[in-house]
Design a binder for this molecule. Structure first.
Ligand code: ATP
Ligand code: ZN
Length: 294
């Protein structure tokens, strides 16, 4: 019997889409999109990809229409704060793409005192619960005005005194004469699922998770090789970022030297290479890692 196909909700088109499809590709999944472009089918694992608006994803997953989904943590968190779901959604993995922040911003005239100056203000946002939680935590009494798009124009339309909106570069704020006052939430894409049922999340989901973990692990990871003086092994090991225990190999005809190989879980910078060199390392190679499984 063919195993039950896992239904994964992904944003159809928008700022999460490219990253989501890239992740699935890195997981070795080729998605063939149906003619109606409403869903895609993975060839390599029994997974169907539902192509939807990102805002609908938490409800689809919570209702069981989909088993899992990829959304911004801003959307997942807003949903969590607002819903009294019997089966709360679980953030299963943070995926590290579509990074942005939710920031408070106001016209210059209102910005002088920072966000504390927003006491008594009306703040336009698509994320009222996250925004209200921030104000409550800071003891600032502001009210929110829900807007589902073009939040940045609210002050000019006199709908609100300030905004709490998604910012990546700040260019949109600036174009609308708004000054950033505070970061309210840092967001990235996350994988969500309904909280694990007693019999687990299922074999297909586990298989997908293993592949996602492999991708996340290898994303910044590098394989580093070098020759080094035998008496500097400890100093050099300490310099390698996120490396558990390096492999130390004999070098033929050089009893004073060894080769050191290590998997570094974090990015290796030029400054690290310079420090390795200062410790007598030579012939240093840093290689990308394509796949990894713990
Ligand atoms: P949809 O039509 O699916 O409802 P949308 O217009 O609501 O799309 P997008 O602008 O595509 O949504 O943003 C989707 C998510 O991508 C946001 O909720 C946020 O998590 C993330 N995001 C938004 N803006 C940026 C940005 N400038 N940089 C990186 N990530 C962003
Ligand atoms: Zn949306």
């Amino acid at each position: 019997m063919e195993p039950q196909r896992l239904r994964l909700a992904v944003q159809k088109s928008g700022r999460l889409s490219d990253g989501s499809f890239e992740l699935l590709k890195q997981c070795g999944l080729t998605i063939s999109r149906g003619r109606d472009k409403l869903y895609g089918r993975a060839m390599e694992l029994p997974i169907d990809v539902m192509l939807v608006r990102d805002d609908d994803i938490p409800a689809f997953v919570a209702d069981g229409a989909c088993d899992a989904g990829i959304v911004g943590s801003n959307v997942a968190e807003e949903d969590r704060l607002g819903s009294a779901r019997v089966q709360p959604l679980e953030v299963v993995r943070r995926l590290g793409f579509a990074r942005c922040k939710l920031a408070l911003a106001a016209p210059s005239a209102r910005a002088a005192e920072g966000f504390r100056g927003l006491d008594g203000a009306r703040v336009a946002t698509s994320y009222p619960r996250i925004t209200e939680r921030f104000f409550a935590g800071q003891g600032v009494h502001a009210t929110t005005v829900l807007m589902n798009g073009s939040v940045e124009v609210a002050p000019r339309l006199k709908i609100a005194d300030a905004v709490c909106d998604i910012v990546s570069t700040g260019a949109t704020l600036e174009a609308n004469g708004l000054k950033p006052l505070a970061t309210v939430f840092e967001s990235e894409a996350v994988l969500i699922a309904a909280r694990a049922s007693p019999d687990g999340l299922g074999a297909v989901f586990e298989a997908l998770l293993k592949r996602i973990d492999g991708v996340l692990m290898s994303r910044d990871a590098k394989y580093v090789m070098m020759n080094a003086p035998r008496d500097r092994i400890d100093a050099i090991s300490a310099l390698l970022p996120g490396a558990a225990s390096p492999t130390v190999l004999e070098l033929a005809g050089r009893p004073d030297m060894v080769a050191i190989h290590a998997v570094c879980r974090e990015d290796v910078f030029w400054s690290t290479l310079e420090q390795l060199k200062d410790n007598g390392a030579s012939a240093i190679l840093v290689l990308p890692i394509e796949k990894m499984m713990a």
